[in-house]
Design a protein around this ligand. Sequence first.
Ligand SMILES: [Zn+2]
Length: 255
Amino acid sequence: MISKSLTDLINHRQRSLQQTRRIQRTIYEFVLRHSDNFNSPQFKSISNADLGLLFQITDEQVFDGLLGQLCEQSSRRPLAFRLSTRMTSCGGMTTMQRDNRPGALPEFEITIATSPLFDTFNVDSVAKVGGVTCHDRLQALQRIMEHEMLHLAELLLFSDSNCNGSQFKNYARRHFGHTESNHRLLTPRDVARKKLGISPGDTVVFDIGGRTVTGVINRITKRATVLVADAKGTKYSDGKRYSKFYVPLNMLRRK
Ligand SMILES: [Zn+2]
């Protein structure tokens, strides 16, 4: 049975950290050679097919291909991959969905967030993912995929997954040499602070409809939420009234 074989493998296979790093390097080189998009480790574009390729070779090298097989057996369809431009704080996400129809099979999907991956290496030359220092986008993507693959394995084997649990941490260290369950990739807020020198709470100016407006940054996601004092605006907890603007970060200047 596939699930029994995967359970045995995931619980018992021992490799030295050196062996693990060698396998990860092999996967890195394989993906660089075979992806249509990855001309360099600091690739400028990425597709779902690249995620599929990375998953498949990692599964073959680390789990003997059992993870993909178990996934197909459980949902009778291939694992789905998705790229998200909207996810900004997490690096990836793995989901199991099952609708209410009797006999409905679960569906699995791995989503990778593109902006932390791209933004981080526009600003910095290294970033830690899973406690491992990554020098380029491909290394960071590999660490994120490894993390998501363990979520998938736990979902398939135990119907539940938690990367803060001791079992997950044990698997992450054993199979991929991860020492942490988080990533230190940059969020839009970090990028705004590092590149533009602006942070929530700062007073900024921006141009709108031919006039220059002054406001205070309330929040930074893909855009900044800027509150501008306005007698006709909404009342906020400080008792004053403001209008809210969503402004692209590159349109803001510090006052
Ligand atoms: Zn996680």
